[in-house]
Design a protein around this ligand. Structure first.
Ligand code: FE2
Length: 293
């Protein structure tokens, strides 16, 4: 059961940082395809933002995802979260993001990735230099998913220490030893089914990030638009089991997976975690699954 004394609720994914050997080239893709206008913050850092969506693209190793940042509702909530983490003995680090006000809280998860919580600041102007057709399509940054080799320490950190609620757990299939253990955890800190998911892989790495739309027709409009750009989804459209959302996925030039989603399930704060057997239909009720390592 989710601890309702946590100061985390509600917290909503505001942005994440992805690294690239050429962040400006990556920013051009997000400008042209996702309708996100680039703003060069420094030689090594570009802000890409459009309506409801913003990313920091930094210079670094391709596909590296150094932090995710959740926005908190108000200063009192942030102070309560800081107090709770200090009381639990969690080291608080300097915030790495210029997109939150001073005083944001940053903590390091067992894989070394930072989770940042703060009050957002707006920077630059949205969409003026981006594709106007893409900028007009709904796509609110909604969740990120990572792979890990230490699933349960991450569950403990995000759920027990930080206070995320576990929405769903997918169990390992019969081919895995031992079957029945957790394979994927989905975490929420507001009513949407997950703003973070973590699954067991062969290494700790970024897997994908996702933009939520308003309805199924938005996926049609995105696919019509992407078709005109000669960009085909490499997975989907389909419907996930956990979260019950409609989805498709494309890749950016660095190979990062981008998901466009609709109809993501909402849950109450106290709704207990559920379990799913691992199956093709769990990953995609309509078609093929995507088995990651
Ligand atoms: Fe996803």
């Amino acid at each position: 059961m989710h601890r309702t004394d946590s100061a985390l609720w509600p917290a909503t994914l505001d942005h994440l940082r992805l690294d690239s050997p050429d962040p400006q080239a990556l920013a051009r893709f997000y400008r042209d395809v996702l309708g996100m206008a680039p703003a060069v913050l420094s030689e090594d850092l570009v802000l890409a933002q459009g309506p409801g969506r913003r990313l920091l693209l930094g210079r670094g190793e391709r596909g590296h995802h150094p932090f995710s940042a959740w926005r908190i509702e108000h200063a009192d909530q942030l102070a309560a979260l800081r107090h709770r983490l200090e009381a639990a003995g969690v080291p608080l680090l300097q915030s790495p993001t210029p997109l939150f006000e001073p005083g944001a809280v940053a903590v390091r998860d067992p894989d070394g990735r930072l989770a940042v919580f703060g009050l957002p600041v707006q920077m630059g102007t949205a969409a003026s230099a981006a594709s106007t057709r893409a900028a007009a399509l709904p796509a609110r940054l909604q969740h990120a998913v990572v792979a890990t080799t230490q699933l349960e320490p991450l569950r403990t950190f995000y759920a027990d220490v930080l206070g995320f609620a576990v929405s769903d757990t997918v169990l390992k299939s019969q081919e895995h030893e031992p079957p029945g253990q957790a394979h994927v955890h989905f975490f929420r800190a507001d009513p949407e089914h997950h703003s973070l998911a973590v699954f067991t892989g062969t290494s700790a790495r970024h897997d994908h990030h996702c933009y939520e739309t308003t309805c199924w027709n938005d996926l049609r409009d995105w696919l019509d638009y992407l078709g005109d750009l000669d960009i085909a989804p490499w997975w989907g459209p389909g419907r996930h089991g956990p979260g019950h959302n409609l989805f498709f996925m494309i890749k950016d030039p660095d190979g990062n997976n981008i998901e466009i989603s609709a109809e993501l399930e909402v849950m109450t704060r106290v709704q207990p975690p559920r379990q799913w057997p691992n199956s093709r239909r769990m990953y995609n009720h309509w078609g093929t699954s995507w088995v990651r390592a």
